[in-house]
Structure formats: structure tokens, C-alpha cells
Design a protein around this ligand. Structure first.
Ligand SMILES: Nc1ncnc2c1ncn2[C@@H]1O[C@H](COP(=O)(O)OP(=O)(O)OP(=O)(O)O)[C@@H](O)[C@H]1O
Ligand SMILES: [Mg+2]
Length: 775
């Protein structure tokens, strides 16, 4: 320790000795001014001062440079050679730490020095601690200012200091925050929590909601700690804005929720759906929903990674899936297709949509798929189509009856004429004219026979006409859909014209403009339904009674791409442009209730597009309309030359005719009686009785639908009891099939003849069976 001993050396000798004895370095200076200079420069920790120099030196020390931070004023001991208490008081007031009055001896001086050492050491320690504290506060402030978190120092909630981040976070100025309660920065719902945590001195972090100056709220994480600050224990709280984190958590929660919602939707959707992946030409399942897995008798997790071809039993369907997926990828969009699974009652119609999705795994394209079972929908559509067809026929019934009545009139007329001629032949003279009239020569036998033959010929012409009408009607009532054959459009159109003739003839002239057209692959009944609706629409667009001024033109031709084109053009009221886009909508009609249901065109559109064709319209209000149907040509196939069955010469056999209408069985038996031995019965029971009674027959001509035991039941019985006879059954059908009858005919291979039977075909069929030889 450096000691400055200021004063006369001789006088202060005991102090010098004591300093040496205590191991201190002592600077001795007798001049007061120089002593002050040394004091300021060297900063001795202790100054032993002759009282005579003391006052100016103390004043100089006070006025001089303040001691370095933390450095204390030197400990000044004023030395009085002899007692002078007034001067001592004065010096103590001027800043001296103590006074010591002489006479001094060395031991006392040494003891005094020791005491001073203790005081100085204690003072220095305190100064050092204070300095360290000050430095730590500065460091803390720097730290707080540099922190990204908001930091507030508060005393029981009253803010004493805050950093810049805090100001930015809460939107206040420093002046506004200092002295404010920290609770005001908490949103009302979080205030109690903050208050409790301050009071308990909680050091763990916690979350709350904070309030900005502008009233907006945000989420914060707070962490408080007790720290010494400015000589006191205060609480420092760091506050972190966790709004983004919270939002992210919420978003995550929401996305987890929405994922589970999506999964639930996926699994409970009434469709089979999933994701496929294409690797070259191999399609495999990435994932699928529960209904899709259930349809395959599996659980979704068992299917991922499996190949589609494992589950698609028909190779053609497997190929179809692959082709459609490739097409969807090529078109970068959804592709829809239909296919059929199973047979008979198990048969299901499925509609699938595949669509490429952007998610890719190792560059392999992925597609999502949805499969809907449209079996019921297709059945319903077919039923609706049929209902519409039957409604049309119902509407046209009056016209049809009229059409039948005309030929029937001359059938009956001519038959009674023939009968009269025959009567006259049988009883010559009875048909003589009254005697009042001039006698006419009786007709010769040849003349009578000629008249008879002509009447019969006219009657059969009429019957032929009735047969045609019935054939047309049968076409419209057919329910055995789905049988597509190569069809001549013109014939179907002609049937439709016949059916609608009564509607047309009072309204317009009908012009046929038929040129060459290809055969089309179609089911005749629905196609006829299309033409029928277009013709009825055309007729209904023309007012009744102005037939001479109006015209309906029906044309058939070949289109540019080889397709069959049918146009039905009318000179009727035309279609309002605003209705034009809606006429193909189901139930759109401009006709009064009871006249139109508005289903016609929508069904026509369905039928035509189903056949791969198009249906379009061209019309302006008041200027008539033109409907155009195009149909793709049937695939070229050699037309089976339909042999004109001539009179067949063959073996004479025994034929049993079974029909519940005795006149039909008798007529058919009669037709065959010149070639065969025939027997007619009117029930299956009678037939069985004959057979059981040992009667032998080569051919059984059997009506399909009969009361009590039907032809089908008889056939089954024969299959069981007399299989050799079952193979000799030919069914006679009236054209009106029940669902069961249709399925039955598809199942069995027995030949079938439609009533009214074509005589030559009947003879030929009988001969074909006889040609198999005797039983
Ligand atoms: N040739 C036509 N001339 C004028 N308008 C037509 C013609 N064909 C169709 N339309 C209009 O289109 C509408 C829809 O025709 P669509 O055949 O679908 O139903 P509908 O004839 O009204 O009833 P439905 O055919 O079920 O008995 C008709 O109501 C009519 O307004
Ligand atoms: Mg219509």
C-alpha cells in the first residue's frame, strides 16, 4: 500500500517507522502543494497529514479529479502534534477520516496503521463489489438490448426498464412503459396467470396472450427470473412472440384434423377410390379406400403395392384399365370408361374415372381412380327408355288401331265374299238374283273359283299388312335390350313412320328422300324409338289440318366419314333460340301437360350416343327444324345370305302342336297336315298325357307362355323324363316376353318361331328336326 506522509519528516518520524514496520511504501513530502500533486497523481490509499497542511490539501483533493470509478478517496488521517479539538472538528468536516493527536510513539502509530489497513481493505472490498455490480448491470443492459426477445425488468410488476425489442413488440415508447404495470401488457384472460406467476417467483416458462398498445393480441411465452439489479432483487422477464409458432401448431392441428376428416370421407364415400401407379405397363395400387378394398375382399393396407391385374379377372378388363390410364396420362386429364363384371344376376356395370395426379414416385406416373357401381342406374335408364317407348306406343295406339282396322275391314270383307262364293258353289242356284230383274247368265265354275281366289288373295294381303303393323308394334314393345345386330336404318325408319302415320298425315306431306346408307350396329327397338320421337316432335310442331302446306322430309344418306345419316326436317314452328340449348335436357318441354313429358329428346340423345353416334339440331323460331342423327357404320361382316326357304321335301313325321289357343294349334297343325301326321292339343297337360300314354312324336311345336303349365315348364319336365324329346321341341312365341321367358330362351338352344309363323320357315324347321333321324 502506498502511503503519503505529508509534513515535516522530523515531526512525523514515528509514523514513518510504523509504515516501514508494517511493510508499506511511504512517500514523504514536506511541501503542501507538492503533496497535493503527488496525491492526485499517485493516488495513495492512505494519507498521513500534518494538520498544518491538512485544510488546503483536503480542499485540493475535493476539487481535484474525481477518483477513478470505484476508487475511494484516500483515507486521510490528520495528525496533530498537540491537542486542538476545534481544528480537529474542522478537518473531520472537511473530509478527513480521522484525527490523531500527538505525542505519537511508534507502537501507537503502528496500531493505528493496522486499524487503518482494515478500514481501507473493507472500503476497497465494498468499492470493488459495487464496481462489479455496476459492470454487470451495464453488461445486462447490453445483453437485453441485443436480445431478440423482449426483456422487461420490473419490481413486483412495475416496469423499471425494458429493451428495444419490448418496445417494438408492444408498440409503446420507453417512457410509456417505464413505471407501467406489466399486467396491462397481458390480455385480460391472461392477467391472473401473470399476476400469480410474478407473485410466486415462478422461473419456468409459461404461455399467455399479450395485448399491444393498439389493442391487438398475440401469443407470448414468458420466462421470469429474480436478479439483483441496481442494488435490489428484481424480476427480469423475457417475452417471446410465439404467434407464428402457435399459428403453425394450429395449422398443423387443423391439417391433422382435416387429414383425418379426409380419410374418413375417403373411407365412407359411397365410391371405390384410390391411387394407382404405372410402371411401364404394370399398374399397381398405391392406396385405396375401404369400399374399394372391401369390393376385393381385402383391407386397404393389404392392397398397397399389389398389381391391378391380380384383381381384374377378365384379361380384356385388365387391358382396358391400362389403356384408359395411358390415355388419361396422355390427355393430362380425367378419362371415364365403363366395364362389366360377372355374369347373369351377378352382372354389374361399373363406371370408372382415372385422372393423373402430380405426385410422383421415382418418376412413375400416378393416377387417382373412382369406381361407381352404375348397375342400378343403367337398369333404371333402360326401364325409363322402355317406359318412354311404351308411352309413345300408347299415345299412338289410336292411330295404330286405325291402321289395323283398315286392312282388317277388307280381310273380313273379302273372307265373307269368298265364303259366299263357296256357299254358292256348294248350293248352286240359291244365290240367284230376284226374278224381277233381267236374268243374267249364271257364273261359270271357273269364274266363281277366280272370284274366290281373288277374295282370298286380297284377304291375305290385308292380313299381311296387319302382320307388318303387329311386327312394328312388337319392335316397340321389345324389352330384350342389348342385342345389337347390323341394322338397315331405312327399315327401322319405315317402321317408325308406320307407327306415326296417323299423327303425320293430317299435318304434313311426308317426303322420303332415301339414298344409300351403311348398315349400323344397333338394337332395333331403341333406334326405332329415336326416329319415332323425332317424327312425333316434327308432327307436333305443325298445326293440325294444313297438310298441304307443310312437309316432313325424312332422308337417309351416307355421311362424309362413311356414317349413316338420318335427317328429319319439318316446316313447323321451329325452336326459339333461347330454348335451343335446353331441348335435350330431361323434362324440358314446351308442350302442355299431357302432351309432352320432355323426356323424348334426352332419351334419344342417350340412345344415339350410346350407339357411338350424334344427335344434333338446326332450327330457328318460325322456320321449321332439322334433326340430324349420325350413326357409325357396322363393322363389315359378311351378310348371312338369308335363304328364301322354299318348299322343303323331306321325311314325313309325327308332329304335336301345343298351344292354349285351339285355333292357333289347329291352324298350324292344318298347315303341316299335307306333309306330316299332326296332332293339336291346347295344354301342356294334354300333351303330357299323350306322351305318357305312349304316343310317339318326332317334333313338338310348343307355345312358350300358356296358363297352368307353361311351355318352359313342359320343357323342363321333358328334360328330366324324356331328354331325347326335349331336343325335339320348337317354341312358338307371340313376341311379348316376360323377363323369365327371355332369360329362358337365352339359356336353352331349342329353336324358336315367331307368331304369326312364316309357313315355309315352319316347314323347314320341322324338316331340320326330322333330319336328325328317328327317336
Ligand atoms: N321438330 C321440332 N320443332 C319444334 N320444337 C321441337 C321439335 N322437336 C323438339 N322440340 C322442342 O323440344 C322440346 C323437347 O322435346 P322432347 O322430345 O324432349 O320432349 P317433348 O316432345 O316435349 O315430350 P315427350 O317427347 O317426352 O313426349 C319440345 O317440347 C319442343 O319445345
Ligand atoms: Mg318428343
Amino acid at each position: 500500500m502506498i502511503l503519503l506522509i505529508a509534513g515535516r519528516r522530523a515531526l512525523l518520524a514515528p509514523w514513518l517507522d510504523a509504515a516501514a514496520a508494517r511493510g508499506h511504501e511511504a512517500i514523504v513530502e514536506e511541501d503542501g502543494a507538492r503533496a497535493l500533486a503527488i496525491c492526485l497523481a499517485e493516488r495513495p490509499r492512505v494519507v498521513l497529514l500534518d494538520a498544518g497542511l491538512a485544510a488546503p490539501l483536503l480542499a485540493g483533493l475535493r476539487a481535484g479529479d474525481p477518483p477513478a470509478a470505484g476508487g475511494a478517496m484516500p483515507h486521510v488521517l490528520a495528525l496533530f502534534p498537540e491537542g486542538n479539538s476545534a481544528a480537529a472538528i474542522e478537518l473531520l468536516e472537511a473530509g478527513a477520516a480521522d484525527v490523531a493527536a500527538g505525542p505519537w510513539e511508534e507502537r501507537l502509530a503502528e496500531a493505528r496503521l493496522r486499524a487503518i489497513e482494515l478500514i481501507v481493505a473493507r472500503d476497497d472490498e465494498r468499492a470493488r463489489v459495487e464496481q462489479a455490480l455496476r459492470e454487470s448491470e451495464v453488461r445486462f443492459r447490453h445483453l437485453a438490448e441485443g436480445s431478440f426477445d423482449a426483456v422487461a425488468i420490473h419490481d413486483g410488476g412495475v416496469m423499471l426498464d425494458v429493451n428495444r425489442s419490448m418496445l417494438e413488440l408492444y408498440g409503446y415508447t420507453r417512457e410509456e412503459l417505464i413505471g407501467r404495470s406489466a399486467l396491462e401488457l397481458a390480455a385480460p384472460g391472461s392477467r391472473d396467470l401473470v399476476r400469480r406467476n410474478i407473485a410466486s417467483g415462478l422461473e419456468a416458462g409459461y404461455e399467455g396472450e399479450a395485448l399491444r398498445k393498439d389493442g391487438s393480441r398475440f401469443f407470448v411465452e414468458l420466462r421470469g427470473r429474480q436478479v439483483p439489479y441496481d442494488g435490489k432483487m428484481l424480476r427480469v422477464t423475457s417475452i417471446r412472440d410465439i404467434t407464428q409458432q402457435k399459428l403453425a401448431e394450429q395449422a398443423l392441428r387443423r391439417s391433422e384434423e382435416s387429414e383425418s376428416t379426409l380419410r374418413a370421407f375417403y373411407d365412407t364415400a359411397p365410391f371405390r377410390m384410390g391411387i394407382l401407379e404405372l410402371d411401364g405397363e404394370v399398374l399397381s395400387i398405391v392406396s385405396c379406400n375401404v369400399p374399394a378394398a372391401r369390393a376385393l375382399g381385402q383391407r386397404p393396407e393389404e392392397l398397397s403395392g399389389r398389381r391391378v391385374e391380380e384383381f381384374v379377372t377378365k384379361p380384356s378388363n385388365s387391358r382396358l384399365w391400362l389403356d384408359q390410364c395411358l390415355e388419361a396420362i396422355r390427355a393430362s386429364g380425367p378419362v371415364q370408361f365403363e366395364y362389366v363384371l360377372g355374369d347373369g344376376a351377378e352382372r354389374r356395370a361399373l363406371s370408372a374415372t382415372v385422372c393423373p395426379i402430380s405426385a410422383r414416385d421415382e418418376g412413375r406416373p400416378r393416377l387417382c381412380y373412382v369406381i361407381d357401381d352404375v348397375t342400378e342406374r343403367r337398369k333404371l335408364e333402360a326401364r325409363l327408355q322402355l317406359a318412354d317407348r311404351l308411352v309413345s306406343v300408347g299415345t299412338l295406339a289410336a292411330g295404330v288401331a286405325h291402321e289395323i282396322n283398315n286392312p282388317l275391314t277388307y280381310v273380313l270383307g273379302n273372307l265373307s265374299l269368298a265364303a259366299r262364293e263357296l256357299d254358292a258353289l256348294a248350293a248352286p242356284g240359291s244365290a240367284q238374283p230376284a226374278p224381277a230383274q233381267p236374268p243374267t247368265p249364271p257364273p261359270t265354275l271357273a269364274e266363281q273359283l277366280a272370284r274366290c281366289r281373288s277374295a282370298v288373295a286380297l284377304a291375305s294381303d290385308g292380313a299381311e299388312r296387319v302382320r307388318q303393323i303387329v311386327r312394328d308394334l312388337k319392335l316397340f314393345s321389345r324389352v330384350d335390350g342389348g342385342q345389337r345386330t347390323a341394322v338397315k336404318v331405312r327399315d327401322v325408319l319405315e317402321s317408325a313412320i308406320q307407327m306415326t302415320w296417323n299423327e303425320i298425315r293430317h299435318r304434313a306431306r311426308l317426303v322420303r328422300d332415301f339414298s344409300e346408307a351403311p348398315l349400323v350396329e344397333a338394337d332395333e327397338a331403341p333406334l326405332a324409338q329415336v326416329f319415332l320421337n323425332l317424327l312425333v316432335n316434327a308432327a307436333q310442331a305443325i298445326p293440325d289440318g294444313r297438310a298441304a302446306e307443310n312437309q316432313i322430309t325424312v332422308s337417309v344418306s351416307t355421311g362424309e366419314r362413311g356414317e349413316a345419316v338420318v335427317e328429319i326436317t319439318d316446316t313447323g314452328e321451329g325452336i326459339d333460340p333461347q330454348n335451343l340449348p335446353r331441348i335435350f335436357d330431361p323434362f324440358f318441354t314446351t308442350k302442355p301437360v299431357g302432351v309432352g313429358t320432355g323426356l323424348g329428346l334426352s332419351i334419344c340423345h342417350g340412345i344415339v350416343t350410346d350407339l357411338g353416334g350424334t344427335l344434333s339440331v338446326d332450327s330457328r323460331g318460325g322456320q321449321g327444324s332439322r334433326f340430324r342423327v349420325t350413326l357409325p357404320p357396322a363393322a363389315a361382316r359378311p351378310a348371312a345370305p338369308r335363304e328364301k326357304p322354299g318348299r322343303v321335301r323331306g321325311r314325313r313325321g309325327r308332329v304335336l302342336v301345343i298351344d292354349d289357343e285351339p285355333r292357333v294349334s289347329a291352324a298350324i297343325a292344318g298347315l303341316l297336315s299335307d306333309e306330316h301326321e299332326t296332332r293339336a292339343v291346347s295344354s301342356a297337360a294334354e300333351a303330357l298325357a299323350l306322351l305318357d300314354g305312349g304316343e310317339r312324336f318326332d317334333v313338338l311345336l310348343c307355345d312358350l307362355l300358356m296358363p297352368q303349365v307353361t311351355g318352359m315348364e313342359l320343357f323342363s319336365l321333358l328334360c328330366e323324363r324324356r331328354p331325347e324329346l326335349a331336343r325335339r321341341v320348337v317354341f312358338l312365341t307371340g313376341g311379348a316376353f316376360t323377363e323369365g321367358a327371355r332369360a329362358f330362351l337365352q339359356r336353352v338352344s331349342a329353336p324358336r318361331l315367331d307368331k304369326p309363323v312364316d309357313v315355309s320357315l315352319l316347314r323347314q324347321t320341322v324338316q331340320t328336326i326330322l333330319a336328325r333321324g328317328e327317336i
